[in-house]
Design a protein around this ligand. Sequence first.
Ligand code: AMP
Length: 402
Amino acid sequence: MILTLNCGSSSLKYQLFDGCAERVLAKGLVSRIGETRGRIEHRAGAFAETRDLAIPDHAAAVTLLLEMLGHAASGFDLAAIDGVGHRVVHGGDAFCESVTIDEGVIAEIEAWVPFAPLHNPANLIGIREAMAVFPNATHTAVFDTAFHQTMPPEAYVYPLPWELYARNGIRRFGFHGTSCRWVAGEAATLLGRPLDELKLIVCHLGNGCTIDAIEYGRSIDPSLGFGTVSGVMMGTRSGDFDPVLILHLARSLGMDLDAIDRLIHKQSGLVGIAGVGNDMRDVIEGMEAGNPRCRLAFAMFCRMVRKYVGAYAAVMDGVDAVVFTAGIGENCARVRAEICRGLSHLGLALDERANEEPSAAARSIGRAGAAVAALVVPTDEERMIALDTSALMRAGQEGLAA
Ligand code: AMP
C-alpha cells in the first residue's frame, strides 16, 4: 500500500492507496496541530470517525493517523505500507521531478526553507516522522514547484537587476504544479489527444489560485511566482498589485513588514474586498443579496482570471482548451460562466446547460465544434503523489534487479 502525506504548518492530510495507486482505501485530515483542541477526521470505506483531542505536534499527528489506520474497524496492516509519498511545497530549481528521499534530498529541501519558511519545515517534519515509523518503505518527495521547471528564462527571470537572479537565486518558481500536471493529463484523456500536441490553460481556482499555460505538456508560465501571492486574487491573498504600494504602506502608513506580510497573505483577495470571508459561496450569496462589495469581489476575481487566460493564449499563440479545477473551478458554474463570457473571441463557446449541471466527473462544458474546448477536471494531487511514488518504487525495484 502507499500512504500519501501532505503536512501543512498546522494540519496533515493523508490518504492510503492500493499499490497501483488506483483505489483510495482510507483518507483523513488532522487539523489544529499544536493547539489544545485538535481534531482528526478519518474515513475508510463505511468506517468514519472524528475525534477531538490535544495534538501537540506533527509527531503526535502521525502517531494518531497510524492508530486510526491500524484501528480494528479500518483493519489495515501497517506493515504492508511500503511506499510513502510526501508533498513538498518548495524544491526550487533543484528538482524538476519527484524523487526518492535520501539524506541528500532532505538536505536540499532544508536548503529551500528560506524560500518557503512556513511550508518546507512542516513537510520535513512529516518526512522525518514517517521515515522513523516506516524505515523500510520507499519515501518520495513530490514537489509543488517541479512541474514548472520547464518555464523558459523569459518567464522565470524577473525584470529586476540580473544579479538578484544570478547571485541570490531570485526568480519565479510557480506552485500547484502537482495539481496542474494531473489536470493536464486528464484533460488530454478527455479530449482524446496526446498531451504533447496540446496547448492548455489550466485554471486552478481554489482558496489558492494558479493559472498555468501548458504548452505540449510543459508548464511554461504559472501565475504564482517567487512566492504564493502573484497572479489572480485568491481567498485571502491579493494577487497582482503594484509593488510600489508596499513602499507607500511602509513609509506613509507606518506598516512594518509583519503587518504587510499579513495584509498580502491573509487580509486581501476575496476576504479583503467582499468582507464576508474567503469562501466564494459566501461572496456569491452576498452578491445575490445585493451586497455591492461582494459583487465587486466576484467581478474582480473573474476579470483577473480572464485576463490571464487571454495573456496565456497570446504567449502560446493559441489555446486548445481552458480547463477549470479546484474548489471554485470544479464547483462554481457562475464563476466559470463569467470568465468564459469574455473568451468568445478566442473561439471558446460555453454550453450553458452542461456548465450548470452538477457533476463530480471530468467533463466538457463547451459547445461541440467550438475551436477552443472548455473543460472541468477534478484535481487529485494525492493520486498524482501516489502514482509518482508507485513509479519510483517500481524503478527502484528494477534498478535492484538489474
Ligand atoms: P480548495 O482550496 O481547492 O479546497 O477550494 C476551496 C474553495 O473552493 C472554498 O474556499 C470556496 O471558495 C470554493 N468552493 C468550494 N465549493 C464551492 C461551490 N460549490 N461554489 C463556489 N465555490 C466553492
